[in-house]
Design a protein. Sequence first.
Length: 398
Amino acid sequence: MRLVSIDEVDIREKRVFIRVDFNVPVTKGGDILDDTRIRAVIPTIEYAIKERAKVIVASHLGRPMGKVNPRFSLEPVGRKLSEILDREIFFPEDCVGDAVKKLASDLLPGSVMLLENLRFHRGEEENDPRFAKRLASIADVYVNEAFSVSHRAHSSVVGILEFVQTVCVGFNFKKEIENLSRLLKDPPRPFVAIFGGRNASEKIPVMESLLDRVDTIVVGGAVANAFIKALGGEVGRSFFDPIALYSAMKLVSSADVRKVRLVLPEDVVLIKGDLNTYAYSFTGSVKTIPGDAMVVDIGPKTIEDFSSRVLKAKTVFWNGPLGIYEKGDFGRGTVRVAEAVAASGAFSVVTGWDTISALKRGGLSSGITHISMGGQASLEFLQGKKLPAIEALEKRFK
């Protein structure tokens, strides 16, 4: 897919509409808990500023269900953006309308405006052409810098492209496509894929789609619990995805046919009671998990096994933490395997907010080739699904 990047089009003194994903966690007091998504698109915004464009930034936040809701206002995000860019950010009360249109026209070259939440209007999620046309009326150039929204057929990533003269993508969007594509097109071998987290029914289709490309799939977290159950084992009081049991068994067979090693934990860290009241943790074999115990992390033998496989890899893809990393005691498996990924020198791609947060918490992000913030869009891209926003871009780039 040939992508036209922002640095390939003329944006000087033009109104440049940059669709980003600033759907970040915000406290009731207006503090941004994680600004990773904001910082990821700063190079694109700074490039537009340097080129003397009139920069118009647009995003959604949360799920306001098509109604104005102060709880989902982007005003706190605007303050953080202003702090990062070290410049004033204009912030209108809406994302469309005469007042917004006038402010966009009156912007001086090199100025930045952040529109209010796109999802305050039903037309955004409905991909209403009337709403898309109103957004396009304030844009000379459209820049898609929201890869994570690519699986949504929304006005600001699909419909608007019908009404804007010049269309391109931002630096981060291009990087997402290039790095995810490398996983699909003759990746260096051995290729190890790591899956963890909770939602096995969401992860197994991705595993299936990678079977013809990977050599090994290692599985931890609650996703592993589904495989253990599917293979006739017991997981005590641990969470597992019951609707994934059939697909887990099917994947075991598919991996065997394709000669792909499917590696499950050998031992795990367990607790009795719940996460807030447990007295102590202990290590046990996955073959003898007590009925009143809960799996909270992979065990030391499994850490050694997973790490040794990763250290031999030339390509690594990782989605989902291997334990309940939010509890510091149970993030050890994730951190140790992340250290192995960083030490391997492999081409590595990590996606999923829980995994990214765990890496940041362990100070290990710099050892990863590409941290994908695409979330569900990344997983669907790897499955070969048609993503509405990418299809709309391809249509314009022909």
